[in-house]
Write a protein that binds this ligand. Structure first.
Ligand code: DAH
Length: 337
């Protein structure tokens, strides 16, 4: 019996030593109610009364060493598991983070902000108007009555008889003059809409920037000085501008404004199509009718206005030959700005 006990104990301790998990199974097998030590105790009835306590003591000792080995092993296993967990979850907080790809503003937004900065620097503030506009503001108040040919040149998206998608930012002139008394010095950038087919130079949605100055004694000289300052800031300090007579219903006199080609300096090149000049905007002195429509006395006040296409400025500045590039969201184009 002693030998059997010694064998069980040895086996148990070895198995516990080698165990990697499932200590519970070993505990049940050796110490459980149906375990091997218990079976041994039950067999003690066959022993003589003198031998019984000795054997009992030996069995208890064996039980104690097995229990001790089990709890020691359990502690060791727990420790090992923790170590493994810590190793696998190691986090170096000093490592540089994963870099997120950094975007930037759309080239049109960049140009818009650049122009805003330039005009804000000259004392202008920014006015806003709705893109869904009344016929009155888009045309009527700007001295473009019904059946006026100018309405044909701006193929307009009508929502109803009286409501349309603004075809120009000029209605903001009227909205501003209705709300504000002179002196007025505002620019108004924003989206405009025309039912043009999309091609390299036309888009049914594009962007304009309107300018309006109204005060006592404003002259064409003020217009020229303002636009020259603007052109030098955008296209470089040696840029010159020239006025060509034109017609807009809401200005009198009206001009189209060219800048000297900033690539060739005016000698003629591909960009300016050998003209030496590039057309960039329309402008003029605010028509007396427009002032009167806004309850501003044209005998007391005068003003100038101008309107430019942001796409045109961006295309000229960056040598972009197709307006569609602005709206296609092709990263190969956008990432160049
Ligand atoms: N609204 C005109 C257009 O879309 C541009 C323009 C011309 C605006 C002359 C003006 C201006 O304020 O004075 O073609």
């Amino acid at each position: 019996m002693k030998e059997l006990l010694a064998k069980i104990k040895k086996e148990a301790l070895e198995q516990i030593e080698d165990a990697n998990a499932d200590l519970e199974e070993l505990r049940v097998r050796y110490l459980g109610k149906k375990g091997e030590l218990t079976a041994l105790l039950r067999g003690m009835g066959a022993l003589s009364p003198e031998e019984r306590p000795k054997m009992g003591q030996l069995v208890n000792e064996a039980r104690e060493s097995i229990e001790a080995a089990l709890s020691e092993k359990a502690a060791a296993l727990r420790e090992k598991m923790l170590e493994r967990k810590l190793a696998s979850e190691k986090l170096d907080v000093t490592l540089p983070g994963a870099a997120l790809p950094e975007g930037h503003l759309h080239p049109l937004t960049q140009v818009q902000r650049e122009l805003e900065d330039i005009f804000i620097g000259m004392g202008f503030s920014i006015a806003e108007g709705p893109e869904v506009e009344l016929d009155y503001y888009n045309f009527q108040a700007l001295n473009i009555p019904e059946n006026h040919p100018a309405r044909d040149t701006q193929d307009t998206f009508y929502i109803s008889d009286k409501v349309l998608l603004r075809s120009q930012t000029s209605p903001v002139q009227v909205r501003t003059m209705e709300k504000q008394r002179p002196p007025i010095r505002v620019i108004s950038p924003g989206r405009v809409y025309r039912s043009d087919a999309l091609d390299a130079t036309h888009s049914p949605l594009f962007h304009q920037l309107e300018g309006l100055v109204v005060d006592k004694g404003i002259t064409m000289g003020d217009l020229k000085g303002t636009l020259e300052t603007f052109a030098k800031r955008v296209f470089g300090p040696s840029t010159r501008i020239r006025f060509r007579p034109h017609h807009f219903p809401f200005t009198e006199p009206s001009v189209e404004v060219d800048v000297s080609c900033f690539v060739c300096g005016g000698c003629g090149c591909r960009l300016c199509k050998n003209e030496g000049w590039i057309e960039i905007l329309g402008a003029g002195m605010v028509h007396p009718f427009v002032l009167s429509n806004c309850d501003i006395d044209p005998e007391v006040y005068s003003g100038f206005a101008f309107g430019l296409g942001l796409e045109r400025i961006a295309m000229t500045k960056y040598g972009i030959d197709d307006i569609r590039l602005f709206y296609e969201n092709d990263e190969r184009f956008l990432e160049q700005f």
